[in-house]
Design a protein. Structure first.
Length: 377
């Protein structure tokens, strides 16, 4: 049987396999032709059996038939999730058995250019690894773990479509169509995903495949303690400050939060967008949050109980922040004195502890903001 003949039935292929020892190359081509025509309908087990049978044939490697069978294996891997592509590639001899033609784009009969075989294999291998991660461990070339900051709706071609903003730990930011996600649009936000990336000739990245990541948020992003300074219930925004006075917004967190809570969160900071998001991991006990966040020691220099405020002077070392300068002196509201007895007895000369960070005023600059006042321990 020569290479120009076509196998049209399973019986024809079985007959060819029975004489494989005498005509191994002809049999290899027959396996290829049959699979090329039927791989989508034959089922995973038969596809895997035929590929395993081919691998036992003593055909020349590298060769055209060997490359053709690699191309079929790529298609089988895309069709059937239980096909173990990495193991097949190892048996095939990837990539030492590639021909020079396999490294180059090919032109079809209609003049259209097709991806090089090697690029098709690499893409499918990336896809396989994306969908077959063990315990979320390890890094995959071309795949980034990213956090879905928010989902928004926009009009495209006269139709309303949903998109998600994704940010990686290195600040990389992408916008991805909701159809790429393995969940409904309203379930996307606030979760971690592994994203297969493609780079355009212009150097821009886009998401090609997305799966829910098995990794933990705290294993991907650094974590810090933050203070929930305010809540905008209308927009579902929770305003969080860290010890460096950086302002973050947690959008519709997956747990109950209230003003005055301390939270452990991952700072989600895009490299170009100035909007910083907080991915809240857990609410902390208040005392543990105070200790980790840190407080300033200060002396009370003036008290006006009628108007409900006092003046203080910080006596402990003042930490530098990227947001501005914490001033040594300032004013604080008596409302923020958490202990009723201390609020009533507070007088000039007392020593207190201040939960303090910089907060932007209506006029623009950031200034000292005292969120809580405690008695000296």
């Amino acid at each position: 049987m020569n290479d120009s003949q076509t196998i049209v039935s399973w019986d024809d292929l079985i007959a060819s396999l029975e004489t494989a020892a005498a005509h191994p190359t002809d049999t290899a081509w027959n396996i290829f032709r049959y699979m090329q025509k039927n791989y989508k309908t034959m089922g995973s087990q038969q596809a895997r059996t035929l590929l395993a049978t081919y691998m036992k044939l003593p055909v020349e490697r590298p060769s055209l038939i060997h490359s053709c069978m690699l191309g079929i294996a790529v298609k089988v891997s895309a069709e059937y999730q239980d096909f173990r592509l990495p193991q097949f590639l190892q048996l095939w001899g990837y990539d030492k058995n590639l021909r020079s033609e396999d490294m180059q784009k090919q032109k079809g009969k209609d003049g259209k250019m097709f991806l090089a075989l090697k690029e098709r294999v690499d893409r499918q291998l990336q896809s396989y690894m994306l969908h077959h991660q063990e315990n979320g461990a390890g890094e995959i070339d071309g795949v980034k773990t990213m956090y879905a900051v928010k989902v928004f709706e926009t009009a495209v071609g006269g139709k309303r479509r949903y998109f998600a903003k994704l940010v990686a730990a290195d600040g990389m930011e992408l916008t991805a169509d909701s159809h790429l996600f393995p969940c409904k649009p309203w379930e996307i936000q606030g979760r971690l995903y592994d994203v297969s990336l493609r780079k355009s000739q212009q150097g821009n990245y886009r998401a090609e495949e997305i799966v829910v990541s098995k990794r933990k948020l705290e294993d991907v992003f650094p974590t810090i303690v933050g203070y929930v300074e305010g809540v905008d219930e209308g927009h579902g925004h929770y305003h969080v400050y860290d010890p460096l006075s950086r302002h973050f917004v947690a959008e519709k967190p997956r747990m109950m939060l209230k003003t005055g809570d301390f939270v452990m969160f991952a700072p989600i900071i895009p490299a170009e967008d100035r909007f910083k998001s907080a991915a809240v991991i857990k609410v902390m006990p208040h005392d543990a949050g105070l200790e980790t966040f840190g407080m300033y020691t200060a002396n009370v220099s003036y008290v006006n109980k009628a108007d409900g405020f006092f003046r203080y002077r910080i006596t402990s070392p003042i930490a530098a922040t990227p947001e501005g300068i914490v001033t040594e002196e300032g004013f604080a509201s008596l409302v923020n004195v958490s202990d009723d007895a201390l609020r009533c007895s507070l007088s000039v000369g007392d020593t207190v502890r201040l939960l303090l960070f910089l907060k932007r005023g209506k006029d623009g600059p950031k200034r000292n903001h005292v969120a809580e006042v405690l008695a000296e321990v």
